[in-house]
Design a protein around this ligand. Structure first.
Ligand SMILES: *Cc1c(COP(=O)(O)O)cnc(C)c1O
Length: 466
């Protein structure tokens, strides 16, 4: 952590204890508004990869209004909020429809609304583990391509599942089904494919993996956290999007984030199952508890009705037409940005990506490009093995002029990178998931822990209790 992580420390009071007397609402709101306005300015230029999927303040105001009406409601108490049942059920139904659950004839498709992509993946992994446990199978494993999201590693870590990561082909960045086949054994409960993966925006050979899953009698989870709400519209628009959903008989679960290209608020995602037997395997109930009969359909206990209301509102308000229009703009913009990258022989796009792509260089360390572009307000996510820059195109990049400034700034950055490389200078940026920290040493464990410590602290170098 550096002082830039605590820019408010000398502008606003730092609270290390509850203030004895409350602060007037207007003052609290003025402080919050100040921070929000300054921070929004960072991405409103359109120069920030991913994260702000909508970027439309009118849309955010609309969601906030829906959120506000149910923010205080606990959806665990359904007798008090039948609206939650309507909205949660319909979010799941709309997501199932989008991912072609109508093609399922041998089961009853269903789903859960979770708090995010990691939550959806965690619930899916729990479902596979419990479904197997009910059939007497323990010590199970899951096989993912190494490009599969760390949420799989985290879920398996938490659930005591062995995770087997299979290398991908460096040329295509996607997994070879034969290598997945070789990693499957009699304790494998599921294999994973991404549509698309976060790092490269490329789509694993889902049809082949689904066929393999069927042949070997294992589950197949498609990670559509990123692509689930945009690839179906890319397919409709005629982009080269292979079938990755329930139309493939071997696909047994799919995660799709409403809080990414579903344009809902952060804290919402869906996980969909081919059949209720799988979803229901992870239900929890404790009928004999002294506090009453307890049950929760997912891992969370109390949940805010606001998130269900805002997610539902986003989906119903946009409709297929709204999502399709946004998808068209995003796919077009991504194509234009990829063309800019392809115009340099020093730069190389990894694999055949979609609306999200990454590029590297064989001529220089690509982080030199990040350094230079950073100075012009760009924020890419840094990748490693090989070093690459990642751009998930979202609505803010579709605004007029953004692709043009990308072209202008990249031209300068390529010249800068050649000069730095020729001078034998080290790039300033380093790879860390979620950002390119400036001027910091590589990701040693101690460093990583200190970054996380800093996220949870009030200020740098202040002794506790002072
Ligand atoms: C974002 C993402 C996840 C994890 O989702 P969170 O919402 O950050 O928890 C998983 N897989 C892919 C492909 C993603 O892009």
């Amino acid at each position: 952590m550096s002082s830039t992580d605590f820019p408010y420390a000398d502008r606003f009071p730092v609270h290390r204890a509850l203030p004895e007397r409350g602060t007037p609402r207007e003052e609290v709101l003025a402080e919050v508004r100040q921070m929000a306005t300054e921070e929004d300015a960072f991405w409103e230029t359109g120069k920030c990869s991913g994260t702000m999927y909508s970027g439309d303040h009118e849309h955010y105001r609309f969601l906030t209004e829906a959120f506000g009406m149910f923010a205080h409601v606990n959806v665990l108490q359904r007798d008090m909020c039948p609206s939650a049942t309507k909205m949660e059920g319909e979010i799941i139904a709309m997501a199932l429809d989008l991912l072609h659950a109508e093609a399922v004839s041998e089961g009853t498709p269903c789903g859960l609304v979770t708090t995010g992509g990691s939550g959806s993946i965690l619930h899916a992994m729990l479902a596979y583990r419990e479904h197997a446990a009910a059939r007497g199978r323990t010590d199970v494993n899951v096989v993912k391509p190494e490009t599969g999201h760390p949420a799989f590693d985290k879920a398996c870590h938490l659930l005591g599942i062995e995770l087997r990561a299979v290398p991908v082909d460096p040329a295509t960045t996607v997994v070879d089904p034969d290598r997945v086949a070789a990693a499957i054994d009699d304790r494998t409960v599921a294999i994973v494919g991404s549509a698309c993966n976060y790092g490269y925006g490329t789509i694993d050979p889902i049809a082949a993996l689904a066929g393999l899953a069927q042949e070997r009698g294992v589950g197949m989870h498609v990670d559509g956290c990123l692509g689930g709400f945009i690839l179906p519209f890319g397919e409709e628009l005629g982009y080269d999007v292979p079938v990755f959903d329930f139309r493939l008989p071997g696909v047994t679960s799919i995660s799709a984030d409403t809080h990414k290209y579903g344009y809902a608020f952060k804290g919402s995602s869906t996980v969909l199952f081919r059949d209720t037997a799988l979803r229901d395997a992870q239900y929890f109930h404790l009928p004999g508890w002294t506090g009453g009969k307890y049950m929760s359909p997912g891992i969370e206990g109390s949940r805010s009705g606001g998130l269900l209301a805002a997610t539902w509102a986003a989906m119903v308000q946009l409709g297929r037409e709204g999502y399709r229009t946004y998808a068209a703009d995003i796919f077009d913009t991504a194509e234009a940005m990829k063309d800019v990258v392809r115009s340099y022989r020093e730069l190389r796009i990894l694999g055949s990506p979609t609306f999200c792509f990454s590029f590297t260089s064989d001529a220089f360390d690509i982080y030199h490009v990040a350094d230079c572009m950073r100075g012009r307000g760009w924020r890419f996510n840094g990748q490693q093995y090989p070093n690459a820059l990642h751009m998930a195109v979202t609505r803010p990049q579709t605004r007029p002029g953004v692709v043009d400034s990308f072209a202008v700034d990249l031209a300068e950055a390529v010249v800068y990178a050649m000069r730095k490389e020729a001078a034998g200078e080290q790039a300033f940026s380093g790879a860390i998931y979620g950002g390119v920290p400036g001027g910091m040493s590589p990701a040693a464990e101690e460093f990583i822990v200190s970054v996380m410590d800093g996220m949870l602290d009030t200020e740098l170098s202040v002794p506790p209790g002072s």
